[in-house]
Write a protein that binds this ligand. Structure first.
Ligand code: GDP
Length: 440
C-alpha cells in the first residue's frame, strides 16, 4: 500500500467538464496547503469561504469555495479540505498540480480516502463497502441497501452475533476454569448449547435468503431457454430494445451465452440468451449448450420460449418459470393459462411478458428480512462461522471438552471480526478498497 503518512488529493466529483469540480485533500499537510492555496489564508474550520485559489508561484488557479475540516472529526479522520472549482479539466489539473507541489503530497489511489477513514476508525469494513455501494447504486433498492449498510445496521447485526459468541465463550471458560466441580458440565454446557443454538438459527435464517441482497446489488439473472430458432435472440433484442444478440435462421447461431443488463421492475436484471438446447452439431456448439444449461440452472428466473409453428412442449419448465409461445404472427396459438403468447416480430404480447417479469423481479427483491447479506464475502464468512458453531454444538453433544468447543467458538467469532475488518487480513482490505473510485 502507498504511504499512509502522505497527504493525498484527488478529484472527488465526476469527470470534467462539469459545472463544479470538487478537489479533496487529506493528510498532515492540509493546513499548510490551505494556508498557501487559499489566497486569504487558512479558513476557520468547517466554514465555507469564497476566494481565489493560487499556486506556489501565486498564479491564480480559479476562484471558488473552499472548506477546511480539521481531524479527527472529518471523513478520513485526518485534516481534510475541499475546493469547489469550475469543473474544467485545465482548472482541475492546475489545482491538483499545485497541491502536489507540496512535499509528501501526491494523488490519491482508488478508495484511499475511505481506507484512511477505515484505518482511523471512522467506519468499519462493512460500512466502507456500503459507501462504495451507495456511489455505484443505480436503483432505489440498491440505494437503500447501501444506506442500510453505510449507517451501520448491517455491522450492528454482525456485532450482535459476535457478542453472542463471546458470551458462549465466557460460559465455556467457566467450565474450563472449574473442571472438577461435579455438576459443572450440566450447569455450564446447557446455557452454552442454548446460546450457540440460537446463533445457529440466526445464521441459517440469514443465509436462507435466496441471495436477495446480492441480487439487488449485482442484478437478478434471467435465462431465455428453448430450442434453436424459437426466437430467443429476437426476444432478448426486443427486451433490450437494441441488437444485442445475433438473430439468424440458421439453427445454432448463438454459440455462447449473450447477456444484456437491463432495468426492469426497478431492479437490475441480466438477461441471457442461451444456445438452443438441442443435439450439438460440433464441439463449440456443445460447449455453448453446456454453458447455457449451467446459466439457466443458476438463473433466478427462466423464460421457456417455444415457436407457435413448432412442437410446443413445456415439460422442461419448472414451477415459477415463465412459459412463452413466440411467432404468434405465423400461427395462432390458443390462449392457455400461464402461457404468454407473443410475437417478437410484431411486438404483440410483449408488454404483458415484460410486466410479468417486472412483477416477479420486484416481488423477489421485496422479500426482505433486513438487514440483508449483500455480497459473497459476507456470505462466506457467515457460512464459515456457522460451520464452526455447528462443529462446537456437535462436540458439546458428544460430551467434548470445553477447550475444544471453545476453540471452534473462537474461530466462529474470528470470522465475524474479520468481516467488519476488526482483524484485518491485508488482501481482504486491498480487495475491498481497490474497487472504489479515485477520490473516494
Ligand atoms: P433463436 O435461435 O432461438 O435465438 O432464434 P432467433 O431469434 O435467432 O430467431 C430465429 C428465426 O425466427 C429468425 O429468422 C427470426 O427472424 C425468426 N423469428 C423470431 N421471432 C419471430 C416472430 O415472432 N415471428 C416470426 N415470423 N419470425 C420470428
Amino acid at each position: 500500500m502507498a504511504d499512509a503518512r502522505d497527504t493525498i488529493c484527488a478529484l472527488a466529483s465526476g469527470p470534467p467538464p462539469s459545472a463544479i469540480a470538487i478537489v479533496r485533500i487529506s493528510g498532515p499537510r492540509v493546513r499548510e496547503i490551505c494556508a498557501s492555496v487559499f489566497e486569504a489564508g487558512l479558513p476557520a474550520p468547517r466554514r465555507s469561504v469564497f476566494g481565489r485559489f493560487v499556486d506556489v508561484s501565486r498564479e491564480t488557479i480559479d476562484e471558488g469555495l473552499g472548506i477546511f475540516m480539521p481531524g479527527p472529526k472529518s471523513y478520513t479522520g485526518e485534516d481534510t479540505a475541499e475546493l469547489y472549482l469550475h469543473g474544467g479539466s485545465a482548472v482541475i489539473d492546475h489545482a491538483l498540480d499545485a497541491i502536489c507541489e507540496f512535499p509528501d503530497t501526491r494523488l490519491a489511489e482508488p478508495g484511499e480516502f475511505t481506507r484512511r477513514a477505515f484505518e482511523n476508525g471512522r467506519v468499519d469494513l462493512v460500512e466502507a463497502e456500503g459507501i462504495a455501494d451507495l456511489i455505484d447504486a443505480e436503483t432505489r433498492a440498491q440505494k437503500s441497501l447501501a444506506l442500510n449498510q453505510l449507517d451501520g445496521a448491517l455491522s450492528a447485526q454482525y456485532a450482535k452475533w459476535r457478542e453472542k459468541l463471546v458470551e458462549a465463550l465466557a460460559l465455556l471458560e467457566v467450565s474450563i476454569d472449574f473442571p472438577d466441580e461435579e455438576d459443572a458440565p450440566d450447569e455450564t454446557t446447557s446455557p452454552v448449547t442454548n446460546v450457540l443454538d440460537s446463533i445457529r438459527h440466526a445464521f441459517i435464517e440469514a443465509l436462507q435468503d435466496d441471495e436477495v441482497g446480492e441480487r439487488i446489488r449485482e442484478g437478478f439473472r434471467i435465462a431465455i431457454v428453448g430450442p434453436p430458432n424459437a426466437g430467443k435472440s429476437s426476444l432478448l433484442n426486443r427486451l433490450a430494445r437494441r441488437e444485442a444478440a445475433i438473430v439468424s435462421d440458421i439453427p445454432g447461431t448463438t454459440r455462447d451465452v449473450v447477456e444484456v443488463r437491463l432495468k426492469i421492475g426497478g431492479q437490475i436484471v441480466w438477461i441471457a440468451d442461451t444456445a438452443g438446447l438441442r443435439e450439438a452439431g460440433d464441439a463449440i456448439e456443445a460447449e455453448g449448450i453446456r454453458r447455457a444449461r449451467e446459466r439457466a440452472e443458476a438463473a433466478d428466473l427462466r423464460i421457456h420460449l417455444r415457436a407457435a409453428d413448432e412442437n410446443v412442449d413445456f415439460s422442461e419448465a419448472g414451477a415459477g418459470d415463465l412459459n412463452v409461445v413466440n411467432k404468434s404472427d405465423r400461427k395462432a396459438y390458443p390462449a392457455e393459462e400461464g402461457v404468454f403468447i407473443l410475437s417478437t416480430l410484431t411486438g404483440d404480447g410483449l408488454a404483458d411478458l415484460e410486466s410479468a417479469i417486472a412483477d416477479i423481479v420486484s416481488a423477489k427483491a421485496n422479500r426482505t428480512i433486513a438487514p440483508l447479506i449483500t455480497r459473497k464475502r459476507h456470505r462466506l464468512s457467515l457460512q464459515t462461522s456457522l460451520f464452526h458453531v455447528e462443529q462446537a454444538l456437535d462436540l458439546l453433544g458428544r460430551g467434548g471438552g470445553a477447550e475444544l468447543v471453545a476453540e471452534d467458538v473462537r474461530l466462529a467469532a474470528r470470522q465475524l471480526s474479520s468481516l467488519v475488518g476488526e482483524i484485518g487480513v491485508e488482501e481482504v482490505l486491498g480487495a475491498v478498497f481497490s474497487s472504489f473510485c479515485i477520490g473516494k
